[in-house]
Design a protein. Sequence first.
Lengths: 490, 925
Amino acid sequence: MNCSNSEHLSAPGRVLLDRRQFLSNSATALGSIALTNLLGQDGLLAQSNAPAIDPAHPYAPRAPHFPGRAKNVIVIFCAGAVSQLETWDYKPELIKWDDKPLPGGPAVTFQGPAGNLARPQYEFRQRGKTGKWVSDMIPHLAELTDDIAFIHSLTSKSNTHGPAENFLSTGFNLDGFPSLGSWATYALGSENQNLPAYVAIPDPRGVPQNGANNWGPGFLPAAFQGTTMSSLNPIRHLSAGLAQDSDAAAKSLLQRMNARHLQKNPENGKLAARIASYELAARMQLSVPEISDLSTEPAHVLKAYGADDSTNKDKAAFAKNCILARRLVEKGVRFVQLFNGAYASGGKLNWDGHNALKEQYDIHANVLDQPAAALIRDLKERGLLQDTLVVWCTEFGRMPFFQKGAKGRDHNSDGFTCWLTGAGVKGGVSHGETDSFGAKAVKDVHPLYDFNATILHLLGLNHEKLTFEHNGVQRRLTSVEGNVIHEVLA
Amino acid sequence: MKARTRPLFLLACLGAGLARAEPVDFVRDIRPILEKRCYTCHGAEKQKGGLRLDVKAAALKGGDDHAPNIVPGDPKGSPLVRFVKGEQEDLVMPPKGERLPAAETALLSRWIEEGAKWPEGVDLAALEDKKEHWSLQPVTNPAPPTPKNTHWARRGLDSFILDRLEREGLSPSPEADRQAWLRRVSFDLTGLPPSPEEAEAFVKDQAPDAHERVVDGLLKSPRYGERWGQHWLDVVRYADTHGFEVNTERPNAWPYRDYVIRALNNDTPYDQFVRDQIAGDATGQETATGFLVTASVLLPGQIGKDDASKRLARQDAIDEIVVNASQTFLGLSVGCARCHDHKFDAISARDYYAMQSFFAGVEYQDRELQTPEALAAKKEAQTVSGKIADIDKQLSRFVPLASAGGKRSAVNAKVNTDRFTPVKAKRVRFSIQKTNNLEPCIDELEVFNTDGANVAAAFSGASVSASGQTIVADRHDLNYINDGRYGNSRSWMGNENGKGSVVVEFPTVQTIDRVVWGRDREGKFQDRLATGYQIETCESGEDWQLVADSSDRSTKTVKDAREEAFSREGLSPEERKQAGALVSQRLPLVARLAALNNAQKAFAGVFRKPDDIHLLYRGNPEQPKESVSPAVLSVLGDLKLPADIGEQERRVALARWVSDANNPLTARVMVNRVWQGHFGAGIVATPSDFGRMGLRPSHPELLDWLAREFVRSGWSIKSLHKQIVLSATYRQSSAHNGAAAAKDAESRLLWRFPPRRLEAESLRDSILAVSGALNLKMYGSGFNLFNQRGGLSGFNPVEKFTGDGLRRMIYAHKVRREPEAVFGAFDCPDAGLSTSRRSESTTPIQALNLLNSRFVLDQSEMFAARVKQEAGDDAARQIQRAYLLAFGRSPGPGEVSDALEVVSSHGAGALCRAILNSNEFVFLP
């Protein structure tokens, strides 16, 4: 939108303007220019390319930096660190070396002493036109490889779940930085004004590690925080549960009170914005229950996702979350985060397979596979995948050897796989490589910064230009790093 | 551009032979190449790798890693040449896009060979001397200016504001009416609205010192520290959990929060306030050093077992202290120099690590307090523990003996006692053959000797071993089974479904008669309970003897598995009576003991022998360079301490230096924070960044004048408040003025009082104040916002608040990163990072929360009930009272008729709900 009058502002100046834009309405747009001049003379302001946010419509759609390929994003976030070796990164050497020590391997890793190398716990076979090797653990997702761009050579800055999930979601190990979805909606707003711009859908088994930090706004305005809802839990405080006439009477009285107050305090953009937020809330009260009501979905759709699976309630609930994700992007919600896997639980509720990897992955894969694959197919059939980027990710990978005395693998942040499909993504690509045991990324190594930079790029955002001043530092999702991975772009 | 490229063109066409005849000229031949190929990343805008090539001094000095990049006379030895020629595969310049043609690299080589002659005075850019930055200069002593309008100013600061307005052709707004000023100043200083009686009294009070008396009263109110303490806690990112994935409760963090509130209420001089927080263990304010350890931190169990992970975690933990101290007190982003010299400010990586050295002995832990109160509590705790042990011993008489032929009560998850005939033992084995599900879990295994002492406790010297265990960070660990702490998060968990065993070994043979064990004595968990078990003892060798097992336990399902272990089943009426009496004596003692144990500790850091701090290459702990001893930022002073100086002396020295009146930043940064608290924006609008990337002050002279006054007043924060809120600047109306807004829309120059919304805490507190439900209990452990006080899994918000839940929000147990369910959406910081200035956003989620949450609905009803009680049954009088309570004014006739309609058909609750949602209620006038 009109960034023109803030083009010459500096980092902190941008914040100042940004805040001012939050509180000014269009009537004071002229004033903004004058302020810029006045303070500009004092060197109080310099260059800016911050999004111009209308306080009464924080979710109004805003133009990207350049035409993007994707309008919406669905992130499937698999918490607990999915083993690349049981899924997408086929290492036949491990079969040969099964139960032998890794030559020159570390004696101690994250959780303790290392054991012997262990073969992939599932059979692999070639799939699709490209002949991509994928394991039998995820037969439904495996059918989609021709549309997927795999990145096999990602690295993380931490091998501890908490900091690493922060790193994946926010680009920083520490708590308190804005999440990817907050950055995206801060920059772009949303296409639907009656729904939250950014929705986080927790796994039916529980929230991921670090909880709300994965969808937190950090130092960005609270408007860009992810709103949590799922097929099990609706948005909080959607209705008062009062008699309808009494509820309506209070709201209408409130409207009159606010109107009188605005009359006495004219030209106050903050007051006007707050009045507008109540109108938006009223529309949300109508559209959110509608979008959450899956009873309108035909039986064949529920079946395709596995939402009708009465034998597995976790799978059925995750499948419903997947349908909800589709319904949200269908309505133009900008960013949806779909969590698969909950908090630390010895691998019982998420992908943290330290001790009994195969036993636990049998369960988790069953929850993930059919619903997630159905979501991607459904998006494709409805033509939504053209505008929707689907991201599958996990915070790090796992070691090629078992832990001593256990049947599971320890944390490994030196080489793991995530993938992209949908809008702007080149299908059938496998980019980057780990070594022959899958221990370490060796070819086209990409820290997760690059992965995040690529997602922003697909949305038409330059990760170096999407910035916000906080405590003296011009912050970005990608810190001072990040290179777009062009090899996976269509 | 054309003219500049010509020599290259000639060179290419005519060959090197001809060009060699003439020496390379920097301006003509070299600068154009650098400009075209290098400046994008190594020029005025960016200096990747710390290299800048558009200024002679910087270019010849070189970057972070390969300096010098240009070695005069030695092109082969110059990294610059190597990189642009692509001789080093992993480092090619430019990294992207077109490579340099051979002609250009040849020219660069020749220029270097000829001595890299770079004439003086030709550079088009200049290095700004970072040391000359305004905030690093001594505080000046400006005389207040003399504006044209001589009638307006009331306080010294007003003349600075007015002078600037006059110079911009602006004039101040008229004074706000008395009711508006009172409401503003009450919210501002105490976070609460004035009562209708206070409002009425003040509006009537025409004495010249009426305003001053109001301000004195507000500053004297304990509510003041509760309000301004929150501003401080925002900056230091205070929370009651450890953060990161496990987000464990930090149960003894609150003494620091209480220190802050008390210090502000006492008007502790700010220099003292600073010293307390850095070195309170030396100033008699032990809990104040909670400041050092407010950050998120990984607990030992969350850190990898490999050494590199441990080193990184330690570095991260010390880094947080440096970041906190430097941005809070000095307004400098010193943390940026962790990986390289600060890009914008005069702070080197060496400065950063020298700063780390001051804190190198600080550990994130609870500290046993040495205050007289804490020592007394400790002593009393010993007595109380003794009494409890004594009662337990007496109670044990009523526990039926195991394996004595009778039937014993079923096992339960909370606690079980197995009593047997006294036996001599060196070891006790507890083996489990069956659980109600999953791997077994025991929170504490206690073995009592016939004197009633728990000889299995780690502190008694007992050791433990087990058949196996599942370690979960800060939750399950074998060592937790005898650590004296109860609950699931301090328990042992086996590694096999339905079985496992634990052996306790005492230092000497003991005569024992009781084993007490439980799954979770906090009563939250009932799973993983040992339902089939054996207890064996062994005096020497492997001669094990069975003393108790589950075979004589009842198998009937316990209705509530959490029920207290002590069962009165099978006792005679007389025995029941005696046992009952003992149980009721025991209960208050247990509660007292918990309180006493908490009174001895504060999460205020443990101080130990400092680590040896090294300069780390690119901040990487695996690449240490030379060791660095404590020293203050070199641009600000030359205080340097010997490497072997004691831990406390380091912090004391730093505290003195920061709080020295001559430090150019300390007073400026604080007066600016206070100013921001009053006006919404500081004189410097980036309150934690007074560096070169921060904004310049809107009123530099005023900032210095205030800083001087502040120091002169004995660093009195309350005097500063008083200056500000009694000023003409502060008394202005907040009304819009089109002409002024056209020049300064945000009112940065203060042509009016800038309007703003109440913060989350003020909003919640004020709703409670108006409804009459506010609980003014101060200090101590915080009340719950969620169903749990820390931990991994989803936090379910408390919906209905009563009792302590109606205290001011600063007394909430703050779970890091978990926004409070109703007010969190009002830009309430989550304590992940420091919040030096809150944003003020407006969202539909805020509207839904305030309209529909149980909290607001409950308080609307409370408010309505209060109004009815105070005004009687007449609807019009109720409306009048509601307006007075919430807005401090009477309603107009139109407002009354609007409200009457609603009150008569839906009751006063509907009116109160509308009022609590209204703009008038949530905005500062």
